[in-house]
Design a binder for this molecule. Structure first.
Ligand code: DX5
Ligand code: ZN
Length: 535
């Protein structure tokens, strides 16, 4: 979904410019990605397409994230982000609506000139009314800020949109609770924000604005509503993605020093996802295991499908996954340990898995090519798994741009609760390097015997999706087990960043910027004295 890339491009642009708004770009990254890469009907090669959906970036200071999204969607070359805020650039600090007259100062895909807060919702109403008159199906999505909601014009627009029953208008509130000078609730309290919008006769949906699956679900629901506009209150974290920037008003509109950029990019690339495997532990009902993983803060659910032929064990199949799909929005990471996966792939597509991984030992090039095409057509991330004894085949390099996940098995597949095979570590490390060299942008997933010790080893070898079966479900405290694994991943990240900072000769500078994040890890990182010496 390119969410990482949005944040990475935005931070590169801001650091190069020496000014800009990282906080707001980061809080809205998942929202913009969900719209541009999943939900909106738009065509970068034809930005004026009559039947397009519209995105109005009313809180215009999220411009770096917005430009990054447009570039990644194909509206202009990604390298141009480095011209952000420069004289003569098309990427002005606050975006300018694209038109033949303005094409020197703007990029295709920009529908609205922003900067003065509070106006974008009114403009959206104009577009939605015109579309209604023209009998068009186009939808209008408008991103507004919570600081921006101090403007009276937002509430005038709220009344008008309800009056005109603009069901094709969806506002999304980036509820990060921080505005230019401080916390929104100190400056001008917005809560109870749900009740306010409901009182203005809008359909109100509240979600976690960093969960793509929740954003998409909310947009789908908004699209079904008749006679009313919808507001999605997206609870977000300002600066989300870079730990020392999160929830800190200082980073509303400040550029990081250029010398930190390599470290910031590393942090953005190092996002770790914890995926509990529900076949592990006591044979108890899967529904309960999924619910417990969600409550504990898991990032996705790992579903091991075993057919008794490819592996000497039978576990769950597509019908079970289909039943589980209704109880959570967490992404489903299906790992198919089956023979002839092409014959069965449709069942797993229909069960609405988000990632579907097949084994390279069970496919030839022709069937893998058909599988990836079919999955991509359905918006599902394709994955490929390789067993400990299997070498990465040459022909697979040709598919790296179509594959989002590569599972490097750290046990021989078939059973949960096996011992981690350390021989996999050098293989994973080498593969990671090779794959990146060949342009692989997806995730390496470690699967088998991952616990709090082995997690740090596979992390160092490049794995960023961490499957944990027994480490989560063979314990009595599932919630605690997930938190513990995440802590270990955080320690591994901080250690790697510190080593990187050291190699760049900016360790003390980095520790200063990062002090409040490093303190809880200082013991495990062996930097207790150094950190307390920093003023
Ligand atoms: C093995 C499976 C793994 C396994 C994970 O065939 O693919 O996902 O169940 O469980 P643990 O973490 O216990 O190895
Ligand atoms: Zn698995």
């Amino acid at each position: 979904m390119k969410i990482r890339d949005i944040r990475m491009l935005a931070i590169e642009g801001i650091a190069e410019a020496g000014s800009g708004h990282p906080g707001a770009s980061f809080s809205a990254a998942e929202i913009m990605a969900s719209l541009y890469f999943r939900k909106m009907r738009h065509d970068p090669s034809n930005p004026y397409w009559e039947d397009r959906d519209y995105f109005i970036n009313s809180k215009a200071h999220s411009a770096p994230g917005f430009y990054a999204t447009l570039a990644l969607a194909g509206y202009f070359p990604v390298e141009e982000i480095k011209t952000l805020r420069k004289l003569g650039s098309r990427l002005q600090g606050h975006p300018v609506r694209y038109s033949p007259q303005q094409k020197e100062h703007s990029v295709p895909g920009t529908e609205y000139s922003g900067g003065s807060e509070g106006i974008g919702l009114s403009v959206s109403i104009g577009i939605a009314l015109a579309n209604k008159l023209d009998g068009k199906k186009s939808r209008v999505y408008t991103l507004i800020g919570d600081g921006e909601s101090n403007e009276g014009q937002i509430w005038e627009a709220a009344m008008a949109a309800a009056k005109f029953r603009l069901e094709k208008l969806t506002a999304i509130l980036d509820r990060n609770r921080i505005q230019q000078d401080g916390f929104t609730e100190d400056i001008m309290p917005l809560d109870p924000v749900r009740d306010k919008w409901a009182a203005f006769n809008w359909n109100v949906i509240e979600i976690n604005g960093h969960k793509v699956e929740d954003i998409i679900d909310a947009i789908n629901k908004a699209n079904e509503v008749k006679d009313k506009p919808t507001i999605i209150i997206a609870n977000t974290i300002k600066g989300n993605g870079i730990k020392h920037m999160t929830n800190n008003p200082q980073w509303h509109g400040k550029a990081p020093p250029r010398k930190h950029v390599a470290l910031l990019l590393e942090e953005l690339e190092s996002e770790c996802l914890i995926a509990p495997s529900i076949i592990a532990g006591q044979p108890q009902n899967y529904e309960e295991k999924v619910r417990m993983a969600e409550r504990g803060g898991a990032d996705m659910i790992h579903l091991d499908v075993m057919d008794g032929k490819f592996v000497p064990n039978i576990s769950l199949f597509a019908d079970t996954i289909g039943r589980l799909r209704h109880i959570t929005n967490l992404p489903f990471d299906a790992h198919l340990m089956i023979e002839r996966p092409l014959d069965h792939i449709q069942d797993y597509i229909d069960a609405r898995c988000d990632i579907i991984t097949v084994h390279v030992e069970a496919c030839d090039e022709n069937s893998l090519s058909q599988i990836t095409d079919r999955l991509l057509l359905h918006g599902i991330s394709p994955g490929i798994a390789i067993n400990p004894a299997t070498d990465f085949p040459e022909w697979l390099y040709g598919y790296l741009n179509k594959i989002d996940v590569i599972i490097v098995m750290s046990v021989n597949p078939g059973f949960a609760g096996q011992k981690f095979l350390p021989a996999v570590l050098p293989k994973m490390m080498l593969l990671n390097k090779e794959l990146r060299k060949h342009g692989f942008k997806g995730y390496i997933e470690a699967d088998g015997g991952i616990d709090s010790t082995t997690l740090q080893q596979v992390y160092s070898a490049g794995a960023r999706i961490l499957v944990a079966g027994s480490a989560v479900y063979a314990t009595s405290d599932i919630h605690g087990a997930i938190i513990h694994l995440r802590h270990k991943a955080n320690v591994a990240l901080e250690k790697s960043l510190l080593d990187h900072a050291d190699s760049l000769g900016i360790k003390s500078d980095w520790m200063k910027a990062r002090k409040h994040i490093l303190i809880p890890f200082s013991n495990e990182l062996g930097i207790e004295e150094d950190i307390h010496a920093i003023k």
